[in-house]
Design a protein around this ligand. Structure first.
Ligand SMILES: Cc1ncc(COP(=O)(O)O)c(C=O)c1O
Length: 392
């Protein structure tokens, strides 16, 4: 193995998306052209499709430890987050007008909050986060007021991998009778997701982050939560999300979720082993690298760094030329010349916040992949620093 081995392909961007598991593809195939009925239709073809959707709902409910009726299928994490926030605001009978969240949420939450504020006057409070990306339950308790309608805090962060103390945070909200939503898109398959143990009222999932298909997700909504549909039309999903259900995608989501939890112990041990190899290797070989996020309370497959004085986008271009797929911040921000707002929120200085690098391992990543990535990264970082020194 050499660092000029450009034919090599090492995918270290599993937080952006994962390849669809071949067993998932197989589970989806019958629902394209064999069992193609509309799951809402009353005839046999429709009933066959409807049964597949309800089987999928039962599988997801069993894994999340909730009732099947509490599962809404959506088009993905973005829609689930929108439905949670907009649905609560629209269904709000108490005339409360504040959502408490964090500055490190995905844009599907942050931009929704911003629009709800500018267009509908719903106030937002964004809690402080520690340098490791943690939210303190006491800060949440202090921020809750009589006008709060909802708390929304992600289970694990996509850019820095930090896992939040969700059960303690949810308790704070519940002590004041408030609803707690969590975006668990990055957490699925990497940590247990039992909605009762977590104590959450709403939870977002997206299948493509756990080896399922793209464009399908889940919003768990606890029975009794007053949610008005954000999208109106047919009475699909018990009137909570209009639109013909994507039967193949839903069948694929359920199969993928079942596989990640059936194989949970092996997969997470594998992730953890490779992640630690990666972190150790990068910090040893690249002297200017700093780990971002929490050193222990982090997703098992997630490694993230800042390189002072380097541009993360330049770095990922160089890595790509050597066959390594990485991310400078979240995938949605690739190519965006703004510094990472998550890194700024955790206190990384403005200039350094351009130098983020995220490397996320998956079930098919190998030790040899990590060795290759570390050696390429070390050589690339050294070259970029040398070049910058020359041009100063
Ligand atoms: C934390 C988080 N929430 C939401 C999303 C959006 O999910 P989707 O791509 O399914 O719309 C992502 C995707 O990157 C994410 O990382």
């Amino acid at each position: 193995m050499t660092i000029t081995d450009v034919t090599r392909s090492v995918y270290l961007d599993h937080a952006a998306t994962t390849p669809t598991d071949s067993r998932v593809v197989e589970a989806m195939l019958p629902y394209f052209s064999e069992i193609y009925g509309n799951a809402s239709s009353g005839h046999r073809q429709g009933q066959d499709a409807g049964r597949a959707v309800e089987d999928a709902r039962e599988t997801v409910a069993r894994i999340l430890n909730c009732k099947p009726a509490e599962i809404i299928f959506t088009s993905g994490g973005t829609e689930s987050n929108n439905l949670a926030l907009r649905g609560i605001v629209a269904g709000n009978s108490k005339n409360t007008s504040r959502i408490v969240s964090t500055p490190i949420e995905h844009d599907a939450v942050l931009k929704t909050l911003k629009q709800l504020e500018t267009v509908y006057g719903v106030q937002r409070t964004l809690l402080p986060v520690s340098p490791e990306g943690m939210v303190d339950p006491e800060d949440l308790a202090a921020a809750l007021s009589a006008d709060t309608a909802l708390v929304s805090i992600m289970t694990a962060n996509n850019e820095v991998g930090t896992i939040q103390p969700i059960a303690q945070l949810a308790t704070q909200a519940h002590e004041r009778g408030l609803i707690f939503h969590t975006d668990a898109v990055q957490a699925a398959g990497q940590m247990p997701l039992d909605v009762k143990a977590m104590g959450v009222d709403m939870l977002t999932l997206s299948a493509h982050k756990f080896y399922g298909p793209k464009g399908v997700g889940v919003l768990y909504v606890r029975e009794g939560v007053d949610l008005l549909p954000a999208q109106t039309g047919g009475s699909h999903e018990e009137g909570r999300r209009a639109g013909t259900v994507n039967t193949p995608a839903v069948a694929g989501l359920a199969k993928a979720l079942q596989l990640v939890y059936d194989e949970y112990d092996e997969r997470t041990a594998h992730y953890r082993h490779l992640r630690d190899q990666l972190i150790e290797g990068v910090l040893r070989c690249a002297p200017n690298a700093r780990l971002t996020g929490h050193p222990e309370q982090r997703l098992p497959g997630h490694a993230s760094f800042v390189f002072d004085g380097l541009d993360g986008n330049v770095l990922i271009m160089h890595l790509d030329m050597k066959g390594i797929a990485a991310s400078s911040a979240s995938a949605c921000k690739t190519g965006n010349p703004e510094p990472s707002s998550v890194l700024l929120a955790v206190g990384v200085p403005y200039d350094a916040a351009f130098g983020g690098l995220r490397l996320t391992v998956g079930k098919d990543t190998t030790e040899a992949d990590i060795e290759y990535a570390v050696s390429v990264l070390a050589a690339t970082v050294e070259k970029l620093y040398r070049l910058q020194g020359m041009y100063k």
